[in-house]
Write a new protein. Structure first.
Length: 458
């Protein structure tokens, strides 16, 4: 893989397992009730699948019934949640803890842990024998990385020792039968390898974080993409958004293209075509395996870019705090996976942030509204969903307020002349409406229905 800079210091890495620590960050609040047992585990020298197999043997549960959010490194000390079905009337199982695998806590919850449900991973990396000069040089490099970002390469552990997982994918495409988990690993390795090859070519040419002709961009903190040829924004404006981290160039995660797939053109397409020609066996195999094509950003996102700068987020939360003493913030869309938003919400408003990902989360909101002393609900977003939710809260006897940055209610659906009368009618029905660009323009974008933020306050 091509590098963005030469090494500025040398040291030793992963001398011991504790030199590389991975801690899963989970934002879901556990119910401490239900038919699923969630286990906080520590593992060393084991893959996540190996840890799950051992837990399954201890508890008499099939590994397929054990849920986990993501696979963690084998050659590290890692902490993560796993879940398993466990009868409510049964006591806790007995775990055979060891230096390789230890269950630190067990809590009940109402549902299984799903893949990708975690908000992020926290990494602690120890470099040994750097020396004083090495530490100073590394500090300067860290500042550069914080400013410019890093190429979004898949790590070497994705490909197995010596790239064996990619070869396993070739065997799969040639007709070999693999166990379910190995098939998943093989397909993932093939896609990741091809993405890395395209990204490496752009890194070598110095354009991995800049726009090239025909690029497809991804909005930071989301999976929404758009082609440069489909936008009316100027090159200067796109450059500003790239520099601010609001958008990123993307590369192809190969598979079957669908009717809504956004494809690059020009120079961006040429990078992908060159890799596709060099590895046509992998490309054809992924399509035959019925894997859907996706796009992946070339530069990782902090989770806040789509919603503007830190100042915009801080101003927004300050406004929310001015409406009352916030207790919980229910968040959908990109902010649901942003640890930074969670930190700022707790620091500025004093509220706990809960992700709203699916129907079970909606049920949790209803349960909380019934059992807690909630008096005021603020709904951010004055579209159809926001208006309906606010009116539903009003019908429950709660004080309801709609906040919308667009300047009017149902801005995308109604003519501007109709917005003011509708807002007046909603206010007359008992729902307060605040429509102004008061917090500096937190951009909900085209996918605002997926980014409704529901804030429950006293």
């Amino acid at each position: 893989m091509a590098r963005t800079a030469s090494a500025v210091a040398s040291g030793r890495f992963r001398v011991e397992a504790t030199d590389f620590v991975v801690e899963e960050i989970m934002q879901h609040a556990l119910a401490d009730a239900g038919e699923h047992l969630w286990l906080w585990i520590e593992k060393t020298g084991l893959t996540t699948h190996q840890a799950i197999e051992r837990l399954g043997r201890d508890c008499g549960v099939s590994p397929r019934q054990i849920g986990f959010a993501g696979m963690k490194d084998r050659h590290a000390t890692t902490y993560q949640w796993v879940s398993m079905p466990w009868p409510i009337k049964s006591g806790l199982p007995i775990f055979s803890n060891s230096q390789e695998l230890c269950v630190h806590s067990a809590r009940r919850h109402t549902r299984k842990l799903k893949r990708g449900a975690h908000a992020a991973n926290r990494f602690t990396i120890r470099l040994r024998d750097l020396g004083v000069d090495g530490v100073q040089a590394a500090a300067g490099e860290i500042e550069r990385v914080a400013r410019e970002g890093v190429p979004n390469y898949f790590g070497e552990q994705r490909f197995g020792r010596g790239g064996t997982n990619v070869e396993m994918a070739r065997e799969l495409f040639a007709g070999a039968r693999l166990a379910r988990n190995k098939r998943s690993i093989a397909l993932s390795a093939a896609r990741s390898f091809l993405f890395n090859e395209v990204l490496s070519a752009r890194v070598a040419d110095g354009c991995w974080r800049n726009a090239v002709g025909g690029d497809v961009f991804m909005l930071a903190g989301s999976n929404s993409v758009f082609a440069v040829d489909d936008t009316e924004e100027t090159e200067a404006r796109l450059a500003e958004r790239l520099a601010a981290g609001d958008i990123s160039p993307t590369g192809l995660m190969p598979g079957r293209l669908g009717p809504r797939s956004v494809v690059p053109g020009g120079r961006a397409a040429a990078y992908e075509a060159a890799v596709s020609a060099a590895y046509s066996d992998l490309l054809d195999g992924l399509a035959a395996a019925r894997v859907d094509a996706e796009r992946r950003e070339a530069r990782p996102d902090s989770g806040l870019g789509r919603h503007g700068s830190f100042k915009k987020i801080i101003d927004f939360l300050t406004l929310i705090g001015s409406l009352g003493s916030a207790r919980r913030i229910f968040v959908g869309g990109a902010l649901a996976s942003s640890p930074m938003f969670s930190f700022l919400a707790e620091s500025i408003v004093g509220a706990r942030r809960d992700a709203v990902d699916d129907y079970a989360d909606a049920v949790e909101i209803k349960r909380w509204l019934r059992t807690e002393d909630v008096r005021h609900v603020v709904v951010v977003g004055g579209g159809y969903v926001g208006v309906e939710m606010a009116e539903a809260m009003r019908d429950r006897g709660l004080r309801a307020t709609i906040l919308d940055p667009s300047g009017r209610v149902l801005a995308s659906s109604l003519h501007p002349d109709m917005g003011a009368p509708l807002a007046a009618a909603i206010k007359a029905s008992g729902v307060a409406v605040v429509v102004a660009r008061w917090w500096g323009g937190v951009n909900l974008g085209k996918a605002r229905f997926e980014h409704i933020v529901n804030i429950a306050t006293h």
